[in-house]
Design a protein around this ligand. Structure first.
Ligand code: MRU
Length: 339
């Protein structure tokens, strides 16, 4: 695997095609914005910080391709591409954040060639920053983990979900690097299995002991005393709670019942101080993700399916949010959470 999940190359934006893992490791190049938007929607690239980097590189790609058109059409073409990118997935706030950061770096556009260069420089620095940020999250979070412990995680908040290193898995990696004896329980994460396909793949390659369970097994392992803490990533941190992959809330409720600390690891770019959880559009995905398995139909055709991709966990269930600047705890009054 490369040292980055997503990168820039001459022909466009390169990324690891995550839907094929763990069976196949394949790199793809998106040479225009519609292909990048497709990659985002198909979850070829996914995870909030990686989506921020994808949005940033996407605007740089739109600028590069707009240089082929007339100078007067440059701004309109880039703005249109930016709004398509921004709305490719609605819940992870990092996507719009990455797009908007690059867009503001090129304003005002007087010379398209110069704007395209500035866009790429900004996108590259967002990718570099992401890796450095994850490492800082890792060092702030590692002390929370006991020297010998079993950590439960959900979905994939690892290197594949960021430019590199990871947020929740970044904390685990940093603790392991410090010599702590960490075992990970990776919930499979129905329906797209980011936990069993991606988290298990990443950690086993790192030599960090990892075991996969079905999502509904988590509470029973907690009851048996087999889980010491839970760490997950986040897609959007509102003023009253945290959105993350569907199933996260269920783990937070179970952890609270069993008095197990529940941590969220996320960078500042995931904070949304303008909204409460009730304001947010939660992505609903297609029926086919739930209604078929191994090429077979698993739900009768006449029966509807509800497939929310994320859920919201109130702050009352969270022991701490681990950020690049340190921990945010009760009562969650923090400048990043103030409008
Ligand atoms: O639908 P996905 O795979 O993009 O969902 C990803 C998650 O929910 C992650 O936990 C979250 O983005 C944090 S990634 C550091």
């Amino acid at each position: 695997m490369r040292d980055r999940t997503i990168w820039w190359e001459e022909d466009g934006v390169g990324l690891i095609e995550q839907t094929l893992l763990p069976e196949e490791y394949r790199e793809v190049v998106c040479s225009d914005v519609p292909r990048l938007v497709q990659a985002i929607q198909r979850l070829e690239v996914r995870g909030a910080p990686a989506l921020g980097v994808a949005g940033a590189y996407g605007v740089a790609l739109a600028c590069k391709n707009a240089l082929e058109g007339s100078e007067s059409a440059f701004s309109a073409s880039v703005n249109e591409a930016a709004s398509t990118l921004r709305s490719a997935r609605p819940t992870a706030v990092n996507l719009a954040w990455g797009v908007d950061r690059v867009l503001s770096a090129i304003q005002p556009v007087s010379d398209p060639v110069d704007a395209a260069e500035r866009a790429l420089t900004m996108a590259e620095s967002i990718a570099d920053e992401d890796e450095a940020t994850c490492r800082r999250i890792g060092s702030h979070g590692a002390p929370l983990l006991p020297d010998d412990c079993t950590v439960l995680t959900h979905c994939n908040a690892g290197a594949l979900a960021c430019a590199a290193w990871g947020t929740a898995l970044g904390v685990i990696r940093s603790a392991a690097e410090e010599g702590k004896n960490i075992r990970v329980i990776s919930c499979e994460t129905r329906p797209l299995l980011q936990g069993s396909r991606l988290t298990a793949w990443e950690l086993s390659r790192d030599g960090i002991p990892v075991t996969t369970i079905i999502d509904s097994e988590a509470a029973y392992l907690m009851q048996r005393g087999e889980i010491d803490c839970v760490i997950v990533g986040a897609d959007r941190i509102c003023t009253d709670g945290v959105f993350n992959k569907i199933g996260t809330y269920m783990h937070a409720v179970s952890a609270s019942y069993h008095q197990i600390p529940f941590y969220v690891a996320a960078p500042r770019s995931t904070f949304d101080p303008e909204h409460r959880m009730a304001d947010i559009i939660v992505e609903e995905r297609g029926r086919e993700e739930v209604a078929s398995l191994f090429g077979r139909t698993t739900v009768p055709d006449a029966v509807p399916v509800v497939n929310y991709a994320f859920d919201g966990t109130p702050f009352s269930l969270i022991a701490a949010i681990i950020t690049e600047d340190g921990l945010i705890r009760e009562p969650f009054h923090h400048p990043w959470l103030m409008p």
